[in-house]
Design a protein around this ligand. Structure first.
Ligand SMILES: O=P(O)(O)OC[C@H]1O[C@H](OP(=O)(O)OP(=O)(O)O)[C@H](O)[C@@H]1O
Ligand SMILES: Nc1ncnc2[nH]cnc12
Length: 217
């Protein structure tokens, strides 16, 4: 479990953080062919009285409910701040969009600047870009030229790591401008994170694993 690996297993705040994250099955789309889902859904309903959500594989981890819970939100930011304060970090890079929710608060608390890593055509100044693979197709992250100076110590913040493709692109971007990426940090980390080996050897700090379901039936 990530929490154990990170030495946070006994931190009582983690349960509250995990429980404040809403799990939304089938969002943003069905994980399997809809007829398959229907077939197995009927089968599951008949035999286990289950709606079949667990079959689809897609369990969207909705951090907007965490933001509504003042204690859980503050605990989340505090854990990151406690970890990175005093480490001479001068750059907190947040990945659009949900890394923008946690990154600025962490940056302010540890005395670092916040650098947004944005999706294409959002930044008005000169940018450098880094493409990455999605399940279907590719996407791209961009950083403003001049936002980070060579030699600066950086962390990358996002809400969730699944394949690790997004964080890998963020690392590559920062390294291209000469930053030293100390660690990547996410609130939620998928257990089967193939991303672990795609993070260019950089440590990955995760608070909780995704929950599987809230109201399956
Ligand atoms: O580890 P990966 O497989 O790369 O996936 C993780 C990324 O996916 C989500 O963002 P998404 O691309 O959905 O963009 P959004 O935050 O703008 O909705 C999430 O916030 C991470 O940034
Ligand atoms: N299960 C998931 N929940 C929320 N955001 C995601 N990005 C990729 N997988 C996700």
């Amino acid at each position: 479990m990530f929490a154990a690996e990170n030495g946070l297993k006994s931190d009582p705040r983690l349960q509250g953080i995990s429980e404040a994250i809403r799990v939304v099955p089938h969002f943003p789309k069905q994980g399997l062919n809809s007829s398959l889902v229907f077939f197995f859904g009927v089968w599951l309903f008949n035999y286990f009285c289950c709606c079949g959500c667990c079959l689809t594989g897609i369990m969207f981890q909705d951090i907007t409910t965490l933001l509504l819970d003042h204690k859980a939100f503050k605990d989340t930011v505090d854990i990151f701040v406690d970890r990175y304060r005093g480490m001479n970090i001068s750059v907190v890079a947040g990945v659009e969009a949900r890394g923008f929710v946690f990154g600025p608060a962490i940056a302010l608390a540890i005395g670092a600047k916040f650098v947004p890593l944005r999706k294409p055509r959002k930044l008005p100044g000169e940018v450098i870009s880094e493409a990455y693979e999605l399940e279907y197709g590719t996407d791209c992250l961009e950083i403003h030229v001049g936002a980070v100076q060579s030699g600066e110590r950086a962390i990358v913040i996002d809400d969730l790591v699944a394949t690790g493709g997004t964080l890998s692109a963020a690392i590559r971007l920062l390294e291209r401008v000469g930053a030293e990426v100390i660690e990547c940090a996410c609130v939620i980390g998928v257990r089967e994170v193939k991303g672990q080996c795609r993070l260019n050897g950089k440590p990955l700090y995760i608070l909780v694993e995704p929950r599987q379901i809230d109201n399956c039936c």
